[in-house]
Structure formats: structure tokens, C-alpha cells
Design a protein around this ligand. Structure first.
Ligand code: GLU
Length: 548
């Protein structure tokens, strides 16, 4: 009996690996094209750190004419969540990051290198495991959970490095005949790698982000096929990324220390190893220290947070680009209106230590992003958001024509309004444009400098009687406010007032504040002339008369 007999006994139906090597030919791409992937477990949850990896991976694939695909890693069936794949795909879609290939919902996929769900690739992994068994590079292990537990306790007591290696790897030294006998006796088993590595030898490796790293060789006889016939992550990674033509593995740096094992697997399987780029996590400041942004502690760690708050996808993606490459910010300054596609992201310029999460920065970017939207875009995005999250806003947007007029105020010009950073700000930002919302407020407004009630009454009634005409153009309108100021004894120019402040009770700006507050309830608003044009005659008169 030899290794081949053992391999045949374990995987009698497995195809020769040549079948798969032919089925999945080398991709026909330019030599610099990057093929990379996002490979989540189907937990339905997407962490901001994962979205960051997706933004980076997809970007480098796109800019090199490569491929970005989605592979579902569901070999740990304990971690599975119902509709977990759909949840992940929906999140990617929400951020405009749909992959080129891979799963498109719970069961369907696109692309020629599938299945893109590991649980459907059992036959493939078993073929490669069989191939290793045939060469004596893998072996069946009959140790039970209790055996392993006992071994671990012994190792702990003796303060020895834990694991299944060297003298601890009991089943490694079984003869083929012994192993075959045990299988025939019906003893349960798993398949382990027969690691040729030595812990006292180092391997050197160049990671695109982390630079040169050095690790001890892997000497653990890791499990490659579990009792349920499915592979472990490590084994599946090597097979999948080989057959799917991955050129670059871009993933979280919690996997950096597995590189020694992964390179060993690629070598033993006689595959060309991909390049690795290990991304540092997004960090959060806490009590003067730093820690990873945590799914458990931080609501902002879930990408659904941004969707729920109504922070546009463009802003989140732009923020992630910002932390990916420090030269992004100056590129953006020089190219304020350019599409992100024009920026060239460089993996080797990503930071080795983690970027600090900064919600203020995200909101700031978001303000700029929204300020560049057309009124129609704001309307569509806000409407879609409101449908799910804000019935009050949805009601306001119901009259589309009116809403578009409001949203056009100070938009589409050179210095567009920048007061909205998320759709959840919008209701408050425009509520005073609606009579029923306006009259709902307590009319005890904060007026600023001029706050004597009789004086305010006088200003408003004089304005309405003598100066109010919606047909005026902006210049005429403003001249009339100046005339009003002058008539009531105020400086008609701010400059004049500043030169001799004792001469006047206030200036034209104070008068327009009275108008602004009376019409909106607020001291800060976008352009008052535009607001009045949108409000219309009836609403303006109603508001002013109420105050008078
Ligand atoms: N399934 C692994 C994870 O959830 C993927 C790691 C990789 O990208 O290789 O992190």
C-alpha cells in the first residue's frame, strides 16, 4: 500500500487537479493588471475597515484594468447568518462598489471562475487535498478533540509552544498501512498538512504595505480538510486565489502573521504565490490611547451607520481614499471636481500604522460632496433616504416642484451652500420653508441686535407697506432694504456705520437680520432674497403679519 492507495481511499471520487487547472485558465489580462478580491464570511455585517479594504482593492483593480471579485468564505458554518450574503452585497451596492465578478445574491453569481462560494467548492479542495496525500505532503489525523485537549494541557504545563507539530504531531508518523487500517475500522479523521517547515528558520517576505517582514517558518501540521469535508480558511485561500487568478491579496493585517503558512501552502501546492498587501485597521482614539474601531463598541464601525445617517456614499468612499493615501488631499485640492477614478491610488503608499477614525472629517467631506450635487440629485438622494428613515422629510419632499426650488437656493453657483452634511440634517435645514412647520414654532425668536418689539414692528410694517415687491431683482431688493434702513435712521452701509458707530443705532445688516429672523425664525440662513423668491408673496405676508 502506498500514498496513492491512501489518497484513493480518502477521496475516491476526486478529479485529478489537471481538470481544474484546465477549467480555470490563466486570465487573459495585461501583465500589470491587478486581480483581487473581497472575501468575507457571510455574516451580513460589513465593518468600516472591510469597506476600506474594498475601496482600496476595487480601485487598484480598476485603475490597472484588472478584476475585483467577491468570494464568500462560508467554510465555518457556525458563523453563518441567514441572508448574510445578500446583506454584504447590498452594503457594497449602497456604496457604489459592486464587484466585477462573484456572488450577486444568496445563490446567483457572475464570472467564469466560480463557484464563488466556498461551500460549493468542496470537490475542488478535496482534489487538491488528494493531490497532496498522493505525494505524502498531507496525512489523515485520527486524534480526537480530547486527545488534542490533553496535548494542549501538557504543552501549557511544560510551557511549550502549543500546536500540532514535531514530536507532538502523533499521526504524522503513522505508516500508510496503519492509517488505511484505521480508516477501514471506521475511526473518524481529518486531513493535515505535513509541514516541511522549521521554527528555527526564518522566511523573509515583502509585503506591499508593511514592507520587508520576517517570520519563523511554519512548522504546524495544520488541518486542511475538516471532519465535515470542508477546508480550513488557509487551505481554501491558497486553492481559490490560485484558481481564480488573484494577483494581489489585499486584506486586513490580522492575517499578516499567517503569511508564512500561506507561502508554504503555495509552495507545496506548486502554485505561484500572489503578492500580499496587509491593510492596517482604522483606529479610534480613547482615553489618550488608540484602539481598533470596534464592532461591539462603536456604532460608526458598521457601514450601515452611514447609510442610516444619510451620509452619501461618495463622501464615505472619498473619506476612505483620504486615509488610504496621504497625497489624496492635495490631489483633491488641485482637482476639486475630478472623479475619483482620476486619482491614482498606490498600495505602497498606504500607512503602516492604522489611520485614525475622524467623524468630523467625514462630515466635512460630506458637506463638500453634497454642495456639488445638483438640486435634482439632492432631491433624489434625500427622497430615497427619507423613504426608509424619515417620514417627516418625506412629507416635505412630497411637493417635488416646491422642494426643488428650495434645494436650488444657493446651489449650482460658484460658492454653493455647505450647510448639509447628511440627509438627516435636511429636514431641519429646510423646515422653515414650509408654512405649517414655520407656524408650529414658538414665535419668540432671537433677533440679535435689534430686539425691541415696537422697533421690530415698525421695521416690518414699513417694509411691507413701502418696500416689499417680489418682482424686484436682487440688486433692487437690496437697495430697498438700504432705503428702509435709512428711512428708519440706520446706516445704509455697514462701512458707514463702522466709521462712526455712535451716530446710528445699527446698520442695514441689522435690518436684514430682522427680516431674516421674522421670515425664517433663524439668524443664519442661505440667501434671503432667494428664500423670499421661493416662499412667495402670500407666505411672506402671512409670516410678517403674524409677527406684527
Ligand atoms: N474570510 C477571511 C476574513 O473574513 C478573508 C481573509 C482574506 O481576505 O484572505 O477575513
Amino acid at each position: 500500500m502506498d500514498y496513492k492507495d491512501l489518497a484513493n481511499l480518502i477521496f475516491p471520487d476526486a478529479k485529478p487537479i489537471s481538470y481544474y487547472e484546465e477549467k480555470y485558465p490563466v486570465r487573459n489580462l495585461h501583465e500589470d493588471a491587478i486581480v483581487t478580491r473581497f472575501a468575507p464570511s457571510p455574516t451580513g455585517f460589513v465593518h468600516l475597515g472591510s469597506l476600506y479594504q474594498v475601496v482600496v482593492a476595487r480601485k487598484v483593480a480598476k485603475q490597472t484594468g484588472g478584476v475585483f471579485f467577491l468570494r464568500v468564505e462560508d467554510t465555518d458554518q457556525k458563523r453563518e447568518v441567514e441572508n448574510g450574503v445578500t446583506g454584504i452585497i447590498q452594503s457594497l451596492r449602497d456604496f457604489g462598489l459592486t464587484p466585477d465578478e462573484g456572488m450577486i445574491d444568496e445563490v446567483n453569481e457572475t464570472g467564469k471562475y466560480g463557484p464563488y462560494k466556498q461551500s460549493l467548492r468542496k470537490d475542488i479542495y478535496q482534489a487538491y487535498a488528494k493531490h497532496l496525500l498522493e505525494q505524502g505532503k498531507a496525512y489523515p489525523c485520527f486524534c480526537s478533540a480530547e486527545d488534542l485537549d490533553e496535548m494542549r494541557k501538557k504543552q501549557e504545563a511544560a510551557k511549550i509552544r502549543p500546536g500540532y507539530y514535531g514530536v507532538w504531531a502523533h499521526c504524522r508518523d503513522l505508516t500508510v498501512d496503519e492509517a488505511i487500517q484505521k480508516i477501514k475500522n471506521g475511526e473518524p479523521y481529518i486531513v493535515r498538512l505535513k509541514s516541511p517547515g522549521r521554527e528555527d528558520r526564518k522566511i523573509r517576505h515583502h509585503d506591499i504595505i508593511k514592507g520587508n517582514v520576517e517570520f519563523p517558518e511554519n512548522d504546524q501540521d495544520i488541518v486542511i480538510i475538516k471532519a465535515d469535508g470542508l477546508p480550513t480558511y488557509h487551505f481554501a485561500h491558497a486553492i481559490d486565489d490560485h484558481l481564480m487568478g488573484t494577483t494581489h491579496v489585499i486584506r486586513g493585517d490580522e492575517w499578516l502573521s499567517s503569511v508564512a503558512l500561506h507561502l508554504q501552502l503555495f509552495q507545496m501546492l506548486e502554485f505561484k504565490a500572489p503578492k500580499y498587501a496587509h491593510i492596517s485597521p482604522i483606529m479610534k482614539e480613547e482615553d489618550g490611547g488608540k484602539r481598533k474601531l470596534s464592532k461591539r463598541k462603536d456604532p460608526e464601525a458598521a457601514v450601515s451607520y452611514y447609510t442610516e445617517q444619510g451620509i452619501p456614499k461618495e463622501a464615505v468612499v472619498e473619506y476612505l481614499m483620504n486615509i488610504a493615501n496621504s497625497n489624496f488631499e492635495s490631489w483633491r485640492k488641485a482637482n476639486p471636481n475630478a472623479s475619483l477614478d482620476e486619482f491614482e491610488l498606490q498600495l505602497n503608499k498606504m500607512s503602516v500604522s492604522g489611520a485614525l477614525f475622524d467623524i468630523v472629517k467625514i462630515l466635512d467631506i460630506s458637506k463638500t460632496v453634497i454642495s456639488k450635487f445638483t438640486a435634482q440629485e439632492v432631491y433624489d438622494e434625500a427622497y430615497n433616504w427619507a423613504k426608509n428613515y424619515d417620514s417627516g422629510l418625506l412629507k416635505m419632499l412630497d411637493n417635488k416642484e416646491y422642494a426643488l426650488k428650495i434645494l436650488s437656493i444657493e446651489r449650482g453657483n460658484e460658492k454653493p451652500r455647505k450647510d448639509i452634511s447628511k440627509w438627516s440634517d435636511l429636514k431641519d435645514a429646510i423646515s422653515y420653508m414650509y408654512d405649517d412647520e414655520f407656524f408650529k414654532q414658538n414665535a419668540d425668536f432671537e433677533y440679535g441686535k435689534i430686539n425691541d418689539k415696537e422697533e421690530i414692528k415698525k421695521i416690518l410694517s414699513t417694509y411691507i407697506e413701502k418696500y416689499f415687491d417680489l418682482a424686484d431683482d436682487k440688486q433692487t431688493w437690496f437697495n430697498k432694504v438700504k432705503d428702509l434702513a435709512e428711512e428708519l435712521g440706520y446706516a445704509r452701509e455697514v462701512k458707514m456705520y463702522k466709521q462712526e458707530p455712535e451716530k446710528w443705532p445699527g446698520h442695514v445688516g441689522d435690518i436684514s437680520t430682522v427680516l431674516r429672523v421674522s421670515l425664517t425664525g433663524r439668524q443664519q440662513t442661505p440667501d434671503l432674497y432667494e428664500i423670499m423668491q421661493v416662499l412667495g408673496k402670500d407666505s411672506i405676508e402671512k409670516r410678517i403679519n403674524q409677527i406684527i
